[in-house]
Design a protein around this ligand. Structure first.
Ligand SMILES: [Zn+2]
Length: 305
């Protein structure tokens, strides 16, 4: 069953009572959510970026859910996955990885400053109420949802939601569908390790943090891109180039068809840092965003939130 509850989104039932809430076209801050229903209510996976988008999600949850209980899962601390927590207040329980709390407190509403023209709707941070380190299981009716920390990958605190009976995986931003993967704030090598773990789950349906619902092929597509980044970083560093110089000298080829190609600069910064013997030297994230703008010829990355 597919319905269109909002001009910006479509809800697809990918298994009985399991819904992918997909926002077109993906890309910066245009993120997806998930809704898993049971007799008492729903588990909502991620809560979107702007108030209007989050309110549309809440209305979609109310439409498909039989009961009033709401448990939110934040797959990581980025604003486009957590700002909408507020519209589910005051009763929602929010579950996230332990690291998400410090990251949320530290970054706050910084995302809104990157794209001040977006109608954010006066977001207010709602911090997680239940956190965990490695894994935790949620129950909704008889269905079991496994929340697994697979970071550092896209960030330090990536959580995927795995439905073993339906073999549906909500991957957060560890995996991107039709969009460029992005490991600047986490780890390129860590994302590749996470993808190996996710492949062992053997999912049939994969709902990525951004872009259309995918099948298992999306795992290898993301891994192929990230291995390419690692190879580019090794060659660029050997040639004495910076990450930005390496990106500018590299034809994107098939990866140019993915949304947000400027992420190559951020991915290369992280991959360069991971070539250091001590594993991870510091990467200046705000500076890297400036370099992504430089890579784009002075144009800020496109945000359609
Ligand atoms: Zn993210």
């Amino acid at each position: 069953m597919t319905t269109a509850p909002h001009p910006l989104a479509a809800v697809a039932e990918v298994a009985d009572g399991v819904h992918a809430y997909v926002q077109d076209p993906g890309g910066w801050c245009v993120s997806n959510a998930g809704i898993v229903t049971g007799d008492q209510g729903a588990v909502v996976i991620d809560t979107l970026a702007t108030r209007s988008r989050a309110e549309a999600l809440r209305a979609a949850v109310d439409r498909v859910s039989a009961g009033p209980r709401r448990v939110l899962v934040n797959t990581h601390h980025h604003g486009d996955h957590v700002f909408g927590n507020d519209v589910f207040e005051p009763t929602a329980v929010v579950v996230a990885h332990e690291n998400a709390v410090d990251e949320l407190v530290e970054t706050g509403l910084a995302l809104t400053a990157l794209w001040p023209e977006v109608a954010w709707g006066d977001p207010r941070l709602v911090l997680p109420t239940i956190t965990f380190d490695d894994r935790i299981a949620l129950r909704i009716g008889e269905r079991r949802l496994e929340l697994i920390h697979v970071g550092p990958a896209h960030t330090s605190n990536d959580v995927v939601v795995w439905l073993p009976e339906d073999r549906v995986l909500f991957a957060g931003d560890v995996l991107m569908s039709g969009c460029t993967p992005f490991s600047l704030m986490g780890s390129v090598a860590g994302t590749l390790a996470a993808i190996e773990r996710l492949a062992r789950l053997d999912p049939v349906t994969v709902v990525c943090g951004h872009g259309p619902v995918a099948g298992p092929e999306v795992l290898e597509a993301n891994a192929t891109y990230l291995r390419w980044i690692q190879d580019l970083a090794a060659a660029g560093r050997a040639a004495g180039c910076t990450p930005l110089q390496t990106a500018r000298a590299t034809p994107l080829g098939e990866y140019g068809e993915l949304l947000d190609p400027e992420r190559i600069v951020g991915n290369l910064h992280r991959a360069f840092a991971e070539l250091d013997p001590d594993g991870r030297s510091a990467v200046d994230v705000p500076h890297v965003f400036e370099e992504m703008i430089t890579y784009n010829g002075g144009r800020r990355p496109t945000c359609l939130a």
